[in-house]
Design a binder for this molecule. Sequence first.
Ligand SMILES: Cc1cc2nc3c(=O)[nH]c(=O)nc-3n(C[C@H](O)[C@H](O)[C@H](O)COP(=O)(O)OP(=O)(O)OC[C@H]3O[C@@H](n4cnc5c(N)ncnc54)[C@H](O)[C@@H]3O)c2cc1C
Length: 382
Amino acid sequence: MNRAVVVGGGVVGASAAFHLARAGVETIMVDRKDPGHATFAGAGIISPGTSTRPLPAFFPFAQVAVAHYPALIAALAEIGQTDTRYEVVGELILAMDDDELANLLDLRALYAERRAGGMPNLGAVSEVDNATAKQMFPALADIHGALYVPEAARVDGDCLRNALVAGARAHGAEVRYGGASIKVERERVVGIELDREVIAADGVVIATGAWTNALLSPLGFAVAVEPQRGQILHIELGDVDTSRWPILGGTGDQYMLTFGPNRIVSGATRETGSGFDVRLTVEGMQSVFNHAMRVAPGVGSGTVREIRIGLRPLSADGLPYLGMVPGHVNLVLATGHGPSGLQLGPYSGLVAAQLLTGNEVEADVAPFAVDRDPVANSYVGH
Ligand SMILES: Cc1cc2nc3c(=O)[nH]c(=O)nc-3n(C[C@H](O)[C@H](O)[C@H](O)COP(=O)(O)OP(=O)(O)OC[C@H]3O[C@@H](n4cnc5c(N)ncnc54)[C@H](O)[C@@H]3O)c2cc1C
Protein backbone atom coordinates (compact mmCIF):
# COMPACT_ATOMS: atom_id res chain seq x y z
CA MET A 1 0.00 0.00 0.00
CA ASN A 2 1.77 3.14 -1.20
CA ARG A 3 -1.03 5.68 -1.25
CA ALA A 4 -4.24 5.76 0.77
CA VAL A 5 -7.19 8.11 1.10
CA VAL A 6 -9.25 8.37 4.28
CA VAL A 7 -12.71 9.88 3.78
CA GLY A 8 -14.02 11.47 7.00
CA GLY A 9 -12.13 13.53 9.54
CA GLY A 10 -13.88 12.62 12.79
CA VAL A 11 -12.04 10.71 15.46
CA VAL A 12 -12.18 7.46 13.45
CA GLY A 13 -10.89 8.90 10.17
CA ALA A 14 -8.29 11.07 11.90
CA SER A 15 -6.98 8.02 13.72
CA ALA A 16 -6.89 5.96 10.51
CA ALA A 17 -4.99 8.76 8.77
CA PHE A 18 -2.57 9.10 11.69
CA HIS A 19 -1.80 5.39 11.76
CA LEU A 20 -1.48 5.07 7.98
CA ALA A 21 0.88 8.05 7.78
CA ARG A 22 2.86 6.83 10.80
CA ALA A 23 3.29 3.47 9.03
CA GLY A 24 4.86 5.26 6.07
CA VAL A 25 1.86 5.21 3.72
CA GLU A 26 1.36 8.36 1.62
CA THR A 27 -1.97 9.48 3.11
CA ILE A 28 -4.62 12.01 2.16
CA MET A 29 -7.49 12.65 4.56
CA VAL A 30 -10.60 14.36 3.20
CA ASP A 31 -13.26 15.86 5.47
CA ARG A 32 -16.47 17.74 4.68
CA LYS A 33 -16.86 19.13 8.23
CA ASP A 34 -20.62 18.59 8.21
CA PRO A 35 -22.58 20.50 10.86
CA GLY A 36 -23.32 17.97 13.58
CA HIS A 37 -20.29 15.77 13.04
CA ALA A 38 -20.23 13.64 16.15
CA THR A 39 -16.66 13.97 17.36
CA PHE A 40 -16.98 17.69 18.11
CA ALA A 41 -20.00 17.12 20.36
CA GLY A 42 -18.92 13.85 21.99
CA ALA A 43 -18.72 13.95 25.77
CA GLY A 44 -15.66 11.75 26.10
CA ILE A 45 -16.42 9.07 28.69
CA ILE A 46 -14.12 6.05 28.43
CA SER A 47 -15.48 3.41 30.76
CA PRO A 48 -16.72 0.29 28.94
CA GLY A 49 -17.00 -1.70 32.16
CA THR A 50 -19.86 0.51 33.34
CA SER A 51 -21.76 0.36 30.04
CA THR A 52 -24.98 -1.50 30.62
CA ARG A 53 -26.54 -2.12 27.25
CA PRO A 54 -24.12 -3.24 24.54
CA LEU A 55 -24.14 -6.74 23.09
CA PRO A 56 -21.46 -9.09 24.51
CA ALA A 57 -19.32 -8.72 21.35
CA PHE A 58 -18.74 -5.08 22.31
CA PHE A 59 -16.73 -5.83 25.44
CA PRO A 60 -13.61 -7.71 24.24
CA PHE A 61 -13.06 -5.09 21.54
CA ALA A 62 -13.71 -2.23 23.98
CA GLN A 63 -11.13 -3.66 26.37
CA VAL A 64 -8.45 -3.67 23.68
CA ALA A 65 -9.52 -0.21 22.53
CA VAL A 66 -9.30 1.26 26.03
CA ALA A 67 -5.96 -0.47 26.70
CA HIS A 68 -4.69 1.15 23.48
CA TYR A 69 -5.31 4.69 24.77
CA PRO A 70 -2.10 5.22 26.82
CA ALA A 71 0.05 4.04 23.87
CA LEU A 72 -1.81 6.36 21.52
CA ILE A 73 -1.42 9.33 23.88
CA ALA A 74 2.30 8.53 24.15
CA ALA A 75 2.67 8.26 20.36
CA LEU A 76 1.03 11.68 19.98
CA ALA A 77 3.20 13.18 22.73
CA GLU A 78 6.33 11.95 20.91
CA ILE A 79 5.50 14.38 18.11
CA GLY A 80 4.46 17.21 20.41
CA GLN A 81 0.69 16.61 20.42
CA THR A 82 -0.14 16.68 24.11
CA ASP A 83 -3.50 18.46 24.27
CA THR A 84 -6.05 15.62 24.28
CA ARG A 85 -7.30 16.12 27.84
CA TYR A 86 -7.21 12.34 28.29
CA GLU A 87 -7.15 11.52 31.97
CA VAL A 88 -8.20 8.75 34.33
CA VAL A 89 -10.51 10.63 36.73
CA GLY A 90 -12.82 7.85 37.97
CA GLU A 91 -16.61 7.68 37.82
CA LEU A 92 -19.29 7.97 40.47
CA ILE A 93 -22.31 5.82 39.65
CA LEU A 94 -25.07 7.68 41.46
CA ALA A 95 -28.41 6.88 43.04
CA MET A 96 -30.43 10.07 43.49
CA ASP A 97 -33.59 8.27 44.74
CA ASP A 98 -34.74 4.88 46.02
CA ASP A 99 -35.39 3.45 42.55
CA GLU A 100 -31.86 4.32 41.49
CA LEU A 101 -30.57 2.85 44.76
CA ALA A 102 -32.18 -0.49 43.89
CA ASN A 103 -30.58 -0.23 40.45
CA LEU A 104 -27.23 0.50 42.08
CA LEU A 105 -27.34 -2.87 43.87
CA ASP A 106 -27.98 -4.57 40.52
CA LEU A 107 -25.08 -2.67 38.99
CA ARG A 108 -22.80 -3.65 41.82
CA ALA A 109 -23.61 -7.31 41.14
CA LEU A 110 -23.13 -6.78 37.39
CA TYR A 111 -19.70 -5.19 37.90
CA ALA A 112 -18.65 -8.03 40.26
CA GLU A 113 -19.71 -10.55 37.62
CA ARG A 114 -17.77 -8.68 34.93
CA ARG A 115 -14.71 -8.41 37.14
CA ALA A 116 -14.87 -12.17 37.86
CA GLY A 117 -15.09 -12.69 34.10
CA GLY A 118 -11.76 -10.90 33.67
CA MET A 119 -12.94 -7.46 32.59
CA PRO A 120 -10.40 -4.77 33.43
CA ASN A 121 -11.28 -1.17 34.41
CA LEU A 122 -13.49 -2.42 37.22
CA GLY A 123 -10.77 -3.39 39.67
CA ALA A 124 -11.61 -1.58 42.86
CA VAL A 125 -15.27 -0.57 42.81
CA SER A 126 -16.24 0.80 46.22
CA GLU A 127 -19.32 2.26 47.90
CA VAL A 128 -19.18 5.97 48.58
CA ASP A 129 -21.31 7.93 51.06
CA ASN A 130 -22.92 11.34 50.58
CA ALA A 131 -20.12 13.34 52.27
CA THR A 132 -17.33 11.61 50.36
CA ALA A 133 -19.15 11.96 47.05
CA LYS A 134 -19.55 15.69 47.69
CA GLN A 135 -15.87 16.05 48.49
CA MET A 136 -15.11 14.46 45.14
CA PHE A 137 -17.70 16.50 43.21
CA PRO A 138 -18.57 19.61 45.26
CA ALA A 139 -21.51 20.68 43.05
CA LEU A 140 -23.35 17.40 43.71
CA ALA A 141 -26.88 17.17 45.19
CA ASP A 142 -27.55 14.95 48.21
CA ILE A 143 -27.41 11.37 47.03
CA HIS A 144 -28.95 8.10 48.22
CA GLY A 145 -25.83 6.13 47.41
CA ALA A 146 -22.97 5.79 44.94
CA LEU A 147 -20.36 3.41 43.61
CA TYR A 148 -16.92 4.70 42.72
CA VAL A 149 -15.10 3.20 39.73
CA PRO A 150 -11.55 4.63 39.86
CA GLU A 151 -10.39 3.40 36.44
CA ALA A 152 -12.88 5.40 34.32
CA ALA A 153 -11.24 7.96 32.03
CA ARG A 154 -12.30 10.85 29.85
CA VAL A 155 -10.98 12.60 26.77
CA ASP A 156 -11.92 15.73 24.83
CA GLY A 157 -12.94 14.27 21.47
CA ASP A 158 -12.37 17.47 19.55
CA CYS A 159 -8.88 17.98 21.03
CA LEU A 160 -8.01 14.33 20.40
CA ARG A 161 -9.17 14.54 16.78
CA ASN A 162 -7.16 17.75 16.28
CA ALA A 163 -4.09 16.09 17.79
CA LEU A 164 -4.53 13.07 15.50
CA VAL A 165 -4.87 15.29 12.43
CA ALA A 166 -1.79 17.30 13.43
CA GLY A 167 0.00 14.03 14.11
CA ALA A 168 -0.98 12.64 10.71
CA ARG A 169 0.36 15.84 9.11
CA ALA A 170 3.58 15.56 11.12
CA HIS A 171 4.00 12.09 9.59
CA GLY A 172 3.50 13.54 6.11
CA ALA A 173 -0.27 13.23 5.54
CA GLU A 174 -2.14 15.79 3.47
CA VAL A 175 -5.51 17.08 4.67
CA ARG A 176 -8.14 18.29 2.20
CA TYR A 177 -11.62 19.70 2.83
CA GLY A 178 -14.74 18.97 0.80
CA GLY A 179 -17.15 16.19 -0.05
CA ALA A 180 -15.64 13.06 -1.58
CA SER A 181 -17.15 10.23 -3.57
CA ILE A 182 -15.60 6.82 -4.19
CA LYS A 183 -14.09 6.29 -7.62
CA VAL A 184 -14.44 2.77 -9.01
CA GLU A 185 -13.04 1.49 -12.32
CA ARG A 186 -13.59 -2.04 -13.57
CA GLU A 187 -14.95 -3.04 -10.15
CA ARG A 188 -11.85 -1.82 -8.33
CA VAL A 189 -11.64 1.24 -6.11
CA VAL A 190 -9.04 3.51 -7.68
CA GLY A 191 -9.36 6.51 -5.37
CA ILE A 192 -11.86 9.26 -4.73
CA GLU A 193 -13.32 12.24 -6.49
CA LEU A 194 -13.17 15.62 -4.72
CA ASP A 195 -14.48 18.76 -6.43
CA ARG A 196 -14.20 17.01 -9.85
CA GLU A 197 -10.56 16.14 -9.14
CA VAL A 198 -9.72 12.45 -9.06
CA ILE A 199 -7.31 11.57 -6.27
CA ALA A 200 -5.80 8.19 -7.08
CA ALA A 201 -5.11 5.74 -4.26
CA ASP A 202 -4.27 2.08 -3.75
CA GLY A 203 -6.85 1.88 -1.01
CA VAL A 204 -9.57 3.92 0.72
CA VAL A 205 -10.91 4.02 4.29
CA ILE A 206 -14.50 5.22 4.66
CA ALA A 207 -14.97 6.81 8.11
CA THR A 208 -17.89 9.07 7.36
CA GLY A 209 -19.94 8.53 10.52
CA ALA A 210 -23.69 9.04 10.16
CA TRP A 211 -23.29 10.07 6.49
CA THR A 212 -21.88 6.73 5.35
CA ASN A 213 -24.75 5.39 3.28
CA ALA A 214 -24.65 8.39 0.92
CA LEU A 215 -21.10 7.37 0.05
CA LEU A 216 -21.84 3.64 -0.15
CA SER A 217 -25.06 3.73 -2.15
CA PRO A 218 -23.40 4.35 -5.58
CA LEU A 219 -21.50 1.11 -4.86
CA GLY A 220 -24.82 -0.68 -4.42
CA PHE A 221 -24.23 -1.23 -0.72
CA ALA A 222 -25.72 0.04 2.53
CA VAL A 223 -25.29 -0.47 6.26
CA ALA A 224 -27.85 -0.17 9.06
CA VAL A 225 -26.52 3.14 10.41
CA GLU A 226 -28.63 6.22 11.11
CA PRO A 227 -27.95 9.58 12.74
CA GLN A 228 -28.97 9.92 16.39
CA ARG A 229 -28.94 13.51 17.59
CA GLY A 230 -27.30 14.43 20.89
CA GLN A 231 -27.57 17.87 22.50
CA ILE A 232 -25.01 18.58 25.19
CA LEU A 233 -24.37 21.50 27.51
CA HIS A 234 -21.01 23.09 28.40
CA ILE A 235 -20.94 25.14 31.61
CA GLU A 236 -18.14 27.18 33.19
CA LEU A 237 -18.00 27.41 36.97
CA GLY A 238 -16.16 30.65 37.81
CA ASP A 239 -12.96 30.15 39.78
CA VAL A 240 -13.66 26.54 40.71
CA ASP A 241 -11.01 24.02 39.63
CA THR A 242 -12.99 21.13 38.10
CA SER A 243 -10.05 19.45 36.39
CA ARG A 244 -9.98 16.34 38.61
CA TRP A 245 -13.67 15.88 39.39
CA PRO A 246 -14.98 12.38 38.57
CA ILE A 247 -17.49 11.53 35.85
CA LEU A 248 -21.09 11.21 37.12
CA GLY A 249 -23.16 8.31 35.77
CA GLY A 250 -25.93 5.99 36.86
CA THR A 251 -28.78 8.45 36.26
CA GLY A 252 -30.28 6.98 33.08
CA ASP A 253 -28.81 8.05 29.75
CA GLN A 254 -27.48 11.35 31.05
CA TYR A 255 -24.18 12.03 32.75
CA MET A 256 -21.82 14.79 33.71
CA LEU A 257 -18.08 15.13 33.35
CA THR A 258 -15.55 17.89 33.76
CA PHE A 259 -12.45 19.31 32.12
CA GLY A 260 -9.98 21.85 33.43
CA PRO A 261 -9.84 24.58 34.36
CA ASN A 262 -13.54 25.04 35.23
CA ARG A 263 -15.67 23.27 32.60
CA ILE A 264 -18.64 20.98 33.26
CA VAL A 265 -20.13 19.00 30.39
CA SER A 266 -23.66 17.78 30.97
CA GLY A 267 -26.00 15.80 28.78
CA ALA A 268 -26.87 14.40 26.51
CA THR A 269 -30.06 13.69 24.62
CA ARG A 270 -30.30 10.47 22.60
CA GLU A 271 -32.75 11.30 19.84
CA THR A 272 -33.15 8.23 17.69
CA GLY A 273 -34.99 9.05 14.48
CA SER A 274 -33.72 12.64 14.38
CA GLY A 275 -32.39 12.28 10.86
CA PHE A 276 -29.82 14.91 9.87
CA ASP A 277 -31.69 17.66 11.75
CA VAL A 278 -29.05 19.51 13.79
CA ARG A 279 -31.35 21.98 15.50
CA LEU A 280 -31.11 22.81 19.17
CA THR A 281 -34.58 22.09 20.56
CA VAL A 282 -36.52 23.35 23.57
CA GLU A 283 -37.37 19.86 24.84
CA GLY A 284 -33.82 18.66 24.27
CA MET A 285 -32.42 21.50 26.34
CA GLN A 286 -35.12 21.11 28.97
CA SER A 287 -34.13 17.50 29.58
CA VAL A 288 -30.43 18.37 29.71
CA PHE A 289 -30.92 21.31 32.10
CA ASN A 290 -33.30 19.26 34.30
CA HIS A 291 -30.73 16.52 34.60
CA ALA A 292 -27.94 18.97 35.41
CA MET A 293 -29.93 20.67 38.17
CA ARG A 294 -31.19 17.38 39.63
CA VAL A 295 -27.75 15.81 39.88
CA ALA A 296 -25.55 18.81 40.59
CA PRO A 297 -27.48 21.94 41.62
CA GLY A 298 -24.11 23.54 42.39
CA VAL A 299 -23.73 24.21 38.66
CA GLY A 300 -26.82 26.48 38.76
CA SER A 301 -24.79 29.66 39.14
CA GLY A 302 -22.42 28.64 36.35
CA THR A 303 -22.22 30.25 32.93
CA VAL A 304 -23.72 28.47 29.91
CA ARG A 305 -20.66 28.56 27.70
CA GLU A 306 -21.78 26.46 24.77
CA ILE A 307 -24.32 23.91 23.58
CA ARG A 308 -23.10 21.33 21.09
CA ILE A 309 -25.12 19.13 18.79
CA GLY A 310 -23.80 15.93 17.29
CA LEU A 311 -25.16 13.10 15.17
CA ARG A 312 -24.01 9.77 16.54
CA PRO A 313 -23.56 7.16 13.82
CA LEU A 314 -25.94 4.66 15.39
CA SER A 315 -26.04 1.09 14.10
CA ALA A 316 -29.15 -1.06 14.41
CA ASP A 317 -27.46 -3.62 16.67
CA GLY A 318 -25.26 -1.17 18.57
CA LEU A 319 -21.99 -2.59 17.19
CA PRO A 320 -19.60 -0.78 14.86
CA TYR A 321 -19.06 -1.70 11.24
CA LEU A 322 -15.34 -2.36 10.86
CA GLY A 323 -14.01 -4.38 7.95
CA MET A 324 -13.61 -4.69 4.19
CA VAL A 325 -16.56 -3.65 2.05
CA PRO A 326 -17.77 -6.84 0.33
CA GLY A 327 -16.66 -7.13 -3.28
CA HIS A 328 -13.71 -4.77 -2.81
CA VAL A 329 -10.21 -5.78 -1.75
CA ASN A 330 -9.03 -2.24 -1.04
CA LEU A 331 -12.00 -0.53 0.60
CA VAL A 332 -12.33 -0.50 4.39
CA LEU A 333 -15.38 0.73 6.29
CA ALA A 334 -15.19 2.06 9.87
CA THR A 335 -18.43 3.51 11.19
CA GLY A 336 -21.46 2.83 13.39
CA HIS A 337 -19.76 3.57 16.72
CA GLY A 338 -22.93 5.19 18.09
CA PRO A 339 -22.52 6.42 21.67
CA SER A 340 -19.10 4.77 22.06
CA GLY A 341 -17.01 6.26 19.28
CA LEU A 342 -14.61 8.14 21.53
CA GLN A 343 -13.93 4.95 23.48
CA LEU A 344 -13.59 2.70 20.46
CA GLY A 345 -12.88 5.07 17.56
CA PRO A 346 -9.15 5.74 18.02
CA TYR A 347 -8.51 1.99 18.06
CA SER A 348 -10.95 1.36 15.18
CA GLY A 349 -8.89 3.84 13.14
CA LEU A 350 -5.77 1.78 13.84
CA VAL A 351 -7.62 -1.42 12.86
CA ALA A 352 -8.84 0.24 9.64
CA ALA A 353 -5.24 1.16 8.79
CA GLN A 354 -4.08 -2.39 9.57
CA LEU A 355 -6.83 -3.93 7.42
CA LEU A 356 -6.04 -1.66 4.49
CA THR A 357 -2.31 -2.38 4.63
CA GLY A 358 -2.85 -6.12 5.15
CA ASN A 359 -1.31 -6.12 8.63
CA GLU A 360 -2.37 -8.33 11.47
CA VAL A 361 -5.23 -7.09 13.67
CA GLU A 362 -5.00 -7.95 17.35
CA ALA A 363 -8.69 -7.63 18.23
CA ASP A 364 -11.46 -9.91 17.00
CA VAL A 365 -13.39 -7.82 14.49
CA ALA A 366 -15.51 -10.69 13.10
CA PRO A 367 -18.64 -9.47 14.98
CA PHE A 368 -18.31 -6.13 13.18
CA ALA A 369 -18.34 -7.58 9.66
CA VAL A 370 -19.71 -5.09 7.18
CA ASP A 371 -22.09 -7.62 5.60
CA ARG A 372 -23.55 -8.97 8.86
CA ASP A 373 -27.29 -9.06 9.37
CA PRO A 374 -27.88 -6.56 12.21
CA VAL A 375 -31.50 -7.63 12.55
CA ALA A 376 -30.27 -11.07 13.67
CA ASN A 377 -28.53 -9.43 16.63
CA SER A 378 -30.85 -8.55 19.48
CA TYR A 379 -30.00 -5.13 20.77
CA VAL A 380 -31.93 -4.05 23.83
CA GLY A 381 -31.87 -0.30 23.44
CA HIS A 382 -30.20 2.78 22.14
C1 LIG B 1 -23.65 14.36 22.53
C2 LIG B 1 -22.73 13.20 22.26
C3 LIG B 1 -22.07 12.61 23.35
C4 LIG B 1 -21.20 11.55 23.15
N1 LIG B 1 -20.51 11.03 24.20
C5 LIG B 1 -19.64 10.01 24.01
C6 LIG B 1 -18.90 9.49 25.10
O1 LIG B 1 -19.00 9.95 26.23
N2 LIG B 1 -18.05 8.44 24.86
C7 LIG B 1 -17.89 7.91 23.63
O2 LIG B 1 -17.12 6.96 23.47
N3 LIG B 1 -18.57 8.40 22.56
C8 LIG B 1 -19.44 9.42 22.73
N4 LIG B 1 -20.16 9.92 21.68
C9 LIG B 1 -20.06 9.25 20.38
C10 LIG B 1 -18.87 9.70 19.56
O3 LIG B 1 -18.75 11.10 19.61
C11 LIG B 1 -19.05 9.23 18.11
O4 LIG B 1 -19.33 7.83 18.07
C12 LIG B 1 -17.78 9.46 17.30
O5 LIG B 1 -17.35 10.79 17.43
C13 LIG B 1 -18.02 9.12 15.82
O6 LIG B 1 -16.87 9.48 15.12
P1 LIG B 1 -16.81 9.31 13.53
O7 LIG B 1 -15.43 9.68 13.14
O8 LIG B 1 -17.33 7.96 13.15
O9 LIG B 1 -17.90 10.34 12.97
P2 LIG B 1 -17.93 11.94 12.90
O10 LIG B 1 -17.20 12.56 14.04
O11 LIG B 1 -19.34 12.32 12.69
O12 LIG B 1 -17.07 12.28 11.62
C14 LIG B 1 -17.49 11.91 10.32
C15 LIG B 1 -16.91 12.93 9.37
O13 LIG B 1 -17.07 12.48 8.03
C16 LIG B 1 -17.34 13.62 7.23
N5 LIG B 1 -17.94 13.18 5.97
C17 LIG B 1 -19.12 12.56 5.78
N6 LIG B 1 -19.32 12.29 4.48
C18 LIG B 1 -18.22 12.78 3.81
C19 LIG B 1 -17.82 12.80 2.47
N7 LIG B 1 -18.58 12.27 1.49
N8 LIG B 1 -16.64 13.39 2.14
C20 LIG B 1 -15.85 13.93 3.11
N9 LIG B 1 -16.17 13.91 4.42
C21 LIG B 1 -17.35 13.34 4.76
C22 LIG B 1 -18.25 14.45 8.10
O14 LIG B 1 -18.29 15.80 7.65
C23 LIG B 1 -17.59 14.29 9.47
O15 LIG B 1 -16.63 15.31 9.69
C24 LIG B 1 -21.01 11.02 21.84
C25 LIG B 1 -21.65 11.62 20.75
C26 LIG B 1 -22.50 12.71 20.97
C27 LIG B 1 -23.17 13.34 19.77
